[in-house]
Design a protein around this ligand. Structure first.
Ligand SMILES: Cc1cc2nc3c(=O)[nH]c(=O)nc-3n(C[C@H](O)[C@H](O)[C@H](O)COP(=O)(O)OP(=O)(O)OC[C@H]3O[C@@H](n4cnc5c(N)ncnc54)[C@H](O)[C@@H]3O)c2cc1C
Length: 400
């Protein structure tokens, strides 16, 4: 393996493309194999905190990202029925002052398109579409990836960035055992001009209630509002980005919630639903020349808004581990894994802990609800839950 390795990446989602960009910028040869015939993301929003935007700036696409995102001024907590509000974080200028980088909300297809353009600028033919990875085989010196209906390809390393149902993970460690959380997440995109004027604000909002919560924030320069509504119910257990529901079913899940929540629900053109699963954190991701990143190895419920941020961080650290050491390739992959295991485990657990926090039964009673929010969202608990996330710097984080 003269110089930097040739890396095969299975999966061209946010994690796979961020990794490809980081690897190409450090002089690796990279090929991404994506099963879809075209690169497209679901029409949904994504929150990128300072840890994620810091990585994207380090990859040279920060300003382009900022131009197509929204920079929310703040994030607030509201009580599900009364609508009473508290400030959770100052964002906007404060995120930049405190962490050096903005907190952005972005439409997922816009981020994927940006990553795709940046990868193609480094290597025009780096992304192979319509290429479904079905199996792999490794020897002491190389790894071979089999693609459905095509000749197989070989490289020095294989990275499974193929999402929550990862074939590569199954090839390494066998089938996983996801556990249903008892929570269904609804999502949709609301045209901003359909909402009452008082809701047209550049602010992220987290409504908390007994057994459910709702998050909404602006996207695309404030033209649309992203909606996610999570509710405890056990009759739907499909883990999919594309399962449709109806506005009636969504409205009945959130019956009794504040008028502002109802206004969002009424104006979602197509609501989608996703059953949230958890998987216990994995103890290792790497075998020989094959490793994993993103949802393939640490999927999490979306209640810290960090899954994609973590996948982006993974890609950057992987590229550093592969290019900053003279060790043999499997050792470099283990150094990547070691640098990432503990942080991602903490994110998986922190996200799951927010189910109970956001859906607490104390929120059913107006007096207890106020005390509960005062306690849970006071300065010190917030700092403990978020500072370690936002301050992480992919460029200086320690590698073995
Ligand atoms: C409702 C909801 C809201 C969320 N909000 C946030 C948020 O605000 N902030 C945040 O950071 N995260 C958020 N997340 C989490 C985030 O969406 C994921 O963590 C992120 O998409 C993971 O990226 P990935 O690249 O690892 O996987 P994916 O995005 O799943 O990409 C995997 C890619 O691999 C491809 N693939 C799969 N199998 C194969 C195969 N066999 N061969 C070739 N290609 C294959 C797929 O087509 C896909 O393109 C949210 C998640 C949900 C469900």
């Amino acid at each position: 393996m003269p110089g930097n390795p040739r890396v095969l990446v299975a999966g061209g989602g946010i994690g796979g493309l961020a990794a490809a960009l980081a690897l190409l910028r450090r002089g690796c040869d990279v090929e991404v194999y994506e099963q879809a015939a075209e690169l497209k993301e679901v029409g949904a929003g994504l929150q990128l905190a300072a840890n994620g935007t810091r990585a994207l700036y380090a990859l040279g696409i920060g300003e382009e990202l900022k131009a197509l995102s929204c920079e929310a001024e703040s994030k607030e907590i509201r009580i599900w029925n009364s609508g009473e509000r508290w400030k959770l974080h100052d964002l906007g200028k404060v995120s930049v002052e405190r962490y050096g980088y903005p907190y952005l909300t972005v439409y997922r297809p816009d981020l994927l398109g940006l990553l795709e353009r940046a990868v193609r600028r480094e290597k025009p033919d780096a992304i192979r579409l319509g290429a479904r990875c079905v199996a792999f085989h490794q020897t002491e010196t190389q790894v071979t990836l089999s693609l459905e209906g095509e000749a197989s390809v070989s490289g020095d390393a294989l990275v499974g960035a193929d999402g929550v149902h990862s074939r590569i993970r199954q090839g390494l460690f066998g089938p996983d055992k996801p556990e249903f959380t008892g929570v269904v997440a609804w999502r949709g995109i609301v045209p901003m001009n359909a909402l009452p004027p008082h809701m047209v604000r550049m602010v992220g909002t987290n409504w908390v209630g007994p057994g459910g919560h709702v998050v909404h924030y602006p996207l695309r320069g404030g033209k649309v509002m992203n909606f996610v509504g999570a509710l405890e119910r056990s009759d739907w257990q499909v883990e999919s980005w594309s399962a449709r529901g109806t506005n009636e079913e969504l409205a009945s899940d959130f019956a009794g919630w504040h008028d502002d929540v109802q206004a969002l629900i009424r104006n979602i053109p197509v609501p989608y639903k996703w059953a949230l699963m958890v998987r216990p954190p994995m103890e290792r991701w790497t075998v020989g020349r094959v490793t994993l990143l993103g949802d393939a190895c640490h999927s999490m419920v979306p209640f810290l808004a960090q899954g994609a941020n973590m996948a982006i961080e993974d890609g950057f650290i992987l590229a550093r581990a592969l290019t900053e050491s003279d060790a043999d390739l499997p050792t470099r992959l283990v150094s990547y894994e070691k640098a990432r295991l503990e942080r991602t485990r903490r994110a998986v657990e922190g996200s799951a802990a927010n189910i109970q926090r956001f859906h607490n039964r104390a929120l059913a009673d107006p007096v207890k609800a106020r005390e509960y929010v005062d306690r849970e969202w006071a300065g010190a608990p917030i700092a403990e839950r978020y500072e370690w996330l936002f301050r992480y710097d992919v460029s200086t984080a320690e590698l073995d």
